[in-house]
Design a protein around this ligand. Structure first.
Ligand code: CAA
Length: 445
């Protein structure tokens, strides 16, 4: 069976930075550690005045195609995942293809284009669509371009404002991939939930605390479903576990839940029993409330054990390196978590070829998906091409007043003009609206 998976990846961050502990904390009268220790975030990325979901996606895709020496004929489908779309009919993928056609002599007229919506999980669903298309033998030797692009803005004053971010991840999906092979097996946890939604509005309505509970409940359900086809998961099975990362503090919770699940009925649980007791079993309790309290107490003890801390440092923390500097990228977030982990492996000269990732994707509304990935031989070279560290470093550092102007600029209802903070170079930029109110773009040398 031919391996199918991610052959290459490119990441484009919004070119502006909002420093959370330095710039936001004093204005909001918050302890800087609320951001850095509590949420686990240092900064958010924002799009400059000439950027939006189309430019960020097109720029990531163009870099990827150039690096791989591809032309439009090599691409059989372009799927864009976003929850920041500005058009209820014309998909973002057509705008991005239009941008790319400006710089290539050829067009993408024979590529299938679409737009996927299911909150943040849509990026992974687009990967799955591309995987299925190739496995079904419909690709005619061509690859799929999957682009996850979002401007994750919240209303000013909303608790979610601390977790904003903007950027795009472009991924090339093909046969015999260089980066990771996707597992055929998947597990789902999916239910009708109203934790986070945007009923025809740009900024989300969020029940923040509930959204965290729903994330964990659906993720657990997905893991159980995955195990029903793959058998039990164990700590040593996975080199890294990239999760959807709205903010690193959320992943801290997901990691702890996953660890408790994986050690149940194993030697690790037995060894830890001397220190913190065994995991509570529901049958041992008279009512659900007492059982849930016992679980919370056990989790509190578990997270202080050396075994857990070591596992977290090795398996989860490496996935958070980019996220803590850029914030939530919604559909792209789990994909920057994967890239972070592989960057960490490359920087530490680790040999992870053949090792597995367990990838936990999530979208509010709500659905989680768990699948496994096998790291391929070409991973080190592929990951070595990423320029995300330089991009993060080179962002324009906003004052709080500038941040408010940028937020207004990207508010669809306001249509505010704003000068650029950075000089565009070798990139697609937004240049204004056309006769039918369509957004228009140009490539700037
Ligand atoms: N020093 C250190 N830590 C501090 C601190 C301080 N001074 N002050 C607070 N903290 C800690 C808290 O103890 C808490 O830690 P734990 O996670 O260990 O409990 C953490 O900081 C966060 O504090 P709060 O829970 O008080 O934070 P909040 O209520 O102000 O906001 C939030 C958190 C509700 C998630 C809010 O950011 C929000 O609404 N975000 C948008 C929704 C979201 O991201 N939900 C996540 C799941 S849904 C999803 O994943 C989809 C998606 O992408 C949106």
């Amino acid at each position: 069976m031919t391996a199918v998976g991610i052959d290459a990846i490119e990441i484009w961050t919004g070119k502006l930075k909002l420093d959370l502990p330095e710039t936001v904390a004093p204005i909001k009268d918050k302890d800087p550690e609320y951001y850095t220790k509590g949420l686990g975030l240092y900064a958010s990325s924002f799009p400059d005045a000439h950027e939006d979901i189309v430019t960020m996606g097109a720029n990531a895709a163009y870099r990827l195609m150039e690096r791989k020496g591809l032309t439009p004929d090599d691409i059989g489908r372009i799927d864009v995942a976003t929850e920041s779309a500005f058009d209820n009919s014309k998909p973002v993928s057509t705008y991005i293809a239009g941008c790319l056609e400006q710089v290539y002599g050829d067009d993408f007229h024979h590529a299938n284009k679409g737009e996927r919506k299911f909150a943040c999980i849509a990026g992974t669903q687009s990967l799955d669509d591309a995987y299925n298309w190739i496995k079904a033998g419909r690709n005619r030797g061509r690859s799929a371009l999957v682009i996850a692009t979002d401007t994750a803005l919240y209303a000013r004053g909303d608790p979610g404002e601390a977790t904003q971010g903007a950027g795009a991840v472009a991924m090339l999906i093909g046969e015999d991939p260089s980066l990771v092979e996707l597992s055929t097996e998947q597990g789902y946890g999916s239910a009708d939930e109203t934790d986070f939604l945007k009923p025809n509005q740009q900024f989300p309505s969020v029940d923040g605390k509930r959204s965290m509970q729903v994330y964990l409940a659906r993720m657990r359900e997905a893991l159980e479903d995955f195990e029903s086809v793959m058998g039990d998961t164990h700590l040593d099975d996975f080199e890294y576990i990239p999760f959807h990362t709205p903010f690193p503090g959320m992943v801290r919770r997901a990691g702890l839940l996953g660890y408790r699940h994986m050690i149940r009925n194993t030697d690790v649980e037995d060894e830890l029993a001397a220190e913190i007791g065994r995991q509570p079993r529901e049958a041992e309790y008279d009512d659900r409330e007492a059982y849930e309290q016992a679980i919370r107490d056990y989790m509190d003890d578990l997270k202080s054990t050396d075994d857990y801390r070591e596992w977290y440092a090795d398996t989860i923390k490496p996935t958070l390196g980019i996220s803590r500097e850029v914030g939530n990228w919604y559909t792209g977030s789990v994909h920057i978590a994967r890239a972070s982990a592989l960057q960490y492996a490359a920087e530490n000269d680790l040999d992870v070829t053949g090792r597995k990732l367990l990838v936990g994707s999530y979208g509010s509304g709500a659905q989680a998906e768990i699948h496994a990935e096998t790291i391929q031989e070409g991973w080190r070279e592929e990951i070595g091409h990423l320029s995300i560290d330089e991009q993060i470093r080179d962002r324009h550092d906003l004052t709080y007043e500038e941040y408010e102007d940028v937020h207004d600029r990207h508010n669809h209802d306001k249509r505010v003009e704003l000068d650029d903070f950075t000089e565009p170079e070798d990139e697609f930029v937004f240049v204004g609206r056309g006769e039918m109110d369509e957004r228009t773009y140009e490539y700037v040398e």
